[in-house]
Design a protein around this ligand. Sequence first.
Ligand code: HEM
Length: 148
Amino acid sequence: MAAPLSEQTIAIVKATAPALQEHGVAITTRMYERLFVDEDVKALFDQAAQESGEQPRRLAAAILAYAQNVDKLQNLDAPVRRMVERHVETGVKAEHYPYVANALLPAIRDVLGDAATDEVLAAWGEAYWFLADILIAKEAALYEEQAA
Ligand code: HEM
């Protein structure tokens, strides 16, 4: 289990929720542009859901919900379960998570510009890996359960 997020990180992440509400889809659309430079990662995704804008919207909603509930993650049990199921259906593995981190954080800067200070990006980097570690552990357990 990852160390809990610091009070400071929680405060910064929560403070960015309004910007995510306004620019979330622009950020996730930009994130996927960066992510899909890697053809193997791109192949995991249903391209129809990308082109309709549905997947960027779903991810933006998930990121916003996370920002709003970063200090009360029990509120996210149902959406987390859904993400884990979908990730296991599509074959997402722990080794894919750095690609998303490396696409998401620069995408936040691309869209928010100077508002995405180094402090904001560091807080989001920490928060990303906190959630990623939860997903990775649950996905590993589900893969194992399915293999048994
Ligand atoms: C903390 C990181 C992540 C979050 C918050 C996240 C969130 C989500 C959400 C909300 C969905 C939609 C679930 C639904 O159908 O309702 C989803 C689906 C999906 N995610 Fe993730 N995800 C993360 C990491 C990753 C990584 C690392 C990969 C692989 C590169 C990935 C690949 C996918 C794929 C392939 C789908 C299914 C999309 C489709 O239908 O084509 N995700 N994710």
